[in-house]
Design a protein around this ligand. Structure first.
Ligand code: HMG
Ligand code: MG
Length: 300
């Protein structure tokens, strides 16, 4: 760590996927599409738009093909989708996907709960689908979940986190996002975990994906910024949560992260007012409270 902050940072808004996968009511495809367009108009260049998981497991993502096919594609934006297995990848390819995200957990219990298989089995599934993804020239991003703890097992060793993250990079992910799935981490622990991962994967191939369950996400991000990670995952209006992670709530809000980075002179290319408008839009459509503190200072 050199206490020098990066000049710019890539923000990956995951609200259409992580944000909506945990919402109880059905969200019409048209509303998802409008949200994605608003995010793109606010300057987001990376948006995770859906997941091609089993609709029996996550009914909220059953319309992933429609979302992908009906997107008003902006050529400057990378639209990513989550794929758990070859079946998911094949569905995504039919929709014309260009970038996918694969996911694995550093906790055996969470791996079983979330994907019905062990960590080793999930890596085998990923290996199979990555081969097809490479044949189709897709960009591949990865996630390591439970990097700062597991809702079922408690402490997770940073050694396990770093080994899994390196495995995903070695398999062909251009970047791996480190998921504090249930927002359990605190700043010094986040730094210690990151220092361990950086021993085996360059910071420029890492992203932070911190849920804000206990209000620690901004502090954790700030603690990790001097390591020059490449990207930060966020969710507009602080939406988010994994249906298979007990107690998980929203991701850190995009608005709050952009506000903090603006104040630090770190470029994101995002227009804050337009972003706030997108957050108010989706919160009103869902009938939920907007979890962004910054958005609360703007008129809805
Ligand atoms: P399974 O039940 O073991 O799979 O689920 P299966 O192969 O036995 O298939 C069961 C049925 O699902 C079959 O249908 C398959 O065809 C179908 P049936 O014959 O019964 O009619 N199926 C599919 N259908 C559509 N698309 C597919 C697909 N795969 C199987 N891709 C599976 C295994 C992995 C599929 C399941 O456990 C699953 O979908 N899990 C995903 C759960 C999830 O989406 N969790 C949230 C995302 S991860 C997250 O939020 C964390 C993250 O944000 C980072 C962080 O915060 O840490 C990324
Ligand atoms: Mg998440």
């Amino acid at each position: 760590m050199n206490n020098v902050y990066p000049h710019s940072i890539r923000i990956v808004d995951v609200s259409p996927r992580d944000g909506l996968q945990n919402i109880k009511q059905n969200v019409p495809t048209a509303i998802k599409l409008k949200l994605i367009n608003k995010l793109s108009r606010a300057g987001l260049k990376n948006i995770e738009v859906a997941s091609f998981v089993s609709p029996k497991w996550v009914p909220q993502m059953a319309d992933a093909s429609d979302v992908l096919k009906q997107l008003d594609q902006n050529s400057a934006v990378s639209y990513t989708v989550l794929t758990p297995n070859l079946r998911g990848l094949e569905r995504a390819l039919e929709g014309g996907v260009k970038e996918i995200a694969v996911f694995a957990a550093a906790s055996e219990s969470f791996s079983q709960k979330n994907t019905n298989c062990s960590i080793a089995e999930s890596l085998k599934r990923i290996e199979t689908l990555i081969q097809t993804a490479r044949d189709n020239h897709l960009r591949i991003r990865g996630y390591t979940s439970c990097v700062l703890g597991c809702p079922y097992e408690g402490e997770i060793s940073s050694e396990d986190v770093s080994q899994l993250t390196k495995t995903l990079i070695d398999m062909g992910c251009y970047e791996v996002s480190l998921g504090d799935t249930t927002g359990i981490g605190t700043p010094i622990k986040a730094q210690q975990m990151l220092e361990k991962v950086i021993e085996v994967v360059p910071a420029q191939q890492l992203a932070l994906h911190f849920h804000d369950t206990r209000g620690q996400a901004l502090a954790n991000i700030l603690a990790c910024l001097p390591y020059h990670i490449a990207s930060i995952d966020t969710s507009v209006a602080g939406l988010g949560g994994c249906p298979y992670a007990k107690g998980a709530s929203g991701n850190v809000s995009t608005e709050d992260v952009v506000y903090m980075l603006n104040g630090m002179g770190i470029q994101t290319g995002i227009h804050l007012e337009n972003l706030v408008e997108a957050g108010h839009y989706i919160s009103e459509q869902l009938g939920v409270i907007n979890n962004s503190r910054v958005a609360a200072t703007y008129q809805s």
